[in-house]
Design a protein around this ligand. Structure first.
Ligand code: ZN
Length: 67
């Protein structure tokens, strides 16, 4: 399984200026595209979760350590 983040297009930087006569082939109407989430992005996502969800994750991780 892979996780993705929605981010500004890395080819046209969300401006679509490189492709004045057609739409950018690498992104959608919003100038965004999906990239595989880095470990850093996943860590930030987890740290920003509500406390209740972080507690659930801690519980899962501690249970996994005991096996
Ligand atoms: Zn683009």
């Amino acid at each position: 399984m892979k996780l993705y983040v929605k981010t500004k297009c890395t080819f046209c930087l969300g401006t679509k200026e490189r492709y004045p006569y057609s739409s950018c082939p690498y992104c959608g109407i919003e100038g965004t595209t999906y990239l595989e989430a880095s470990y850093k992005a996943i860590k930030k996502y987890i740290l920003d979760l509500p406390e209740k969800e972080k507690c659930e994750l801690r519980k899962i991780l501690y249970e996994d350590n005991s096996s």
